[in-house]
Design a protein around this ligand. Structure first.
Ligand code: PGA
Length: 239
């Protein structure tokens, strides 16, 4: 069970360091924990969490090792900083920054090649769900990911229905389970659920057979709610 906190564009270095020092002392149950700060705060997070089992991952990565790509960072740069992994293909990148299945595949392949763990995000929009296209969208997105990789070592997927992100409208455990099971027929890797995960729903989502953790946005910014999610999703607290 993996709980990853996607901070999005929140917490500069000072706040990230303070949060991570407090995270070291928090009761996080028995799950694996990762935080994903913005790039400028990765170093502070790595430093504050040194010597712990808590991982630090980026929110995106470029496919080239270096080059004329203004505003991007590369996998070797992240590795040099002590970062252990990265998110790729988040729907906010796809929606607002022109990320496509092709660029997601390039980023993901480069990240894995350079030894980063990857959380690759997929998920349908509300219009796609209403049009009955959920499985077709997931098949296309996951298919592009599957085609880009040699083996699945280091890869985790996150099913994040776009209509559930930041909206307070969480997918029901049944919807999540159905989507996760479908995704695993294409690519057999752990699948996190993301979209309005909170302390109140983390336990029931984590109890579904094919839910292997959560990618948490808004509720990961507050230490007590993030720790409560980690505890609620811990296998021991659900038995
Ligand atoms: P949310 O975001 O938990 O705020 O809905 C999840 C995500 O975008 O990863």
């Amino acid at each position: 069970m993996l709980i990853a906190g996607n901070w999005k564009m929140h917490k500069g270095p000072a706040e990230a360091g303070a949060f991570c020092r407090a995270l070291r002392e928090a009761d996080l149950g028995t799950v694996d924990v990762v935080v994903c700060p913005p790039d400028v705060s990765l170093g502070a997070a790595v430093q504050a969490l040194a010597g712990t089992e808590i991982g630090v991952a980026a929110q995106n990565v470029h496919w080239a090792a270096e080059g004329p790509f203004t505003g991007e960072v590369s996998a070797p740069m992240l590795r040099e900083l002590g970062v252990y992994g990265t998110i790729v293909g988040h729907s906010e990148r796809r929606q607002h920054f022109g990320e496509t299945d092709e660029t997601v595949a390039l980023r993901l392949a480069a990240a894995l090649e350079h030894g980063l763990q990857v959380i690759a995000c997929v998920g349908e929009t509300e219009a796609e769900r209403e049009a009955g296209e959920t499985q077709a969208v997931l098949a296309r997105q996951v298919g592009a990911i599957a085609a880009a990789i040699g083996d699945t070592d280091g890869l985790v997927l996150a099913y994040e229905p776009v209509w559930a992100i930041g909206t307070g409208r969480t997918a029901t455990p049944a919807i999540a389970q159905e989507a996760h099971a479908f995704v695993k027929t294409i690519l057999d890797v752990p699948v996190l659920y993301g979209g309005s995960v909170k302390p109140e729903n983390a336990g029931e989502l984590a109890a579904e057979q094919d839910v292997d953790g959560a990618l948490v946005g808004g509720a990961s910014l507050d230490l007590s709610s993030f720790a409560a999610i980690c505890r609620a999703a811990s296998p021991s607290s659900r038995s």
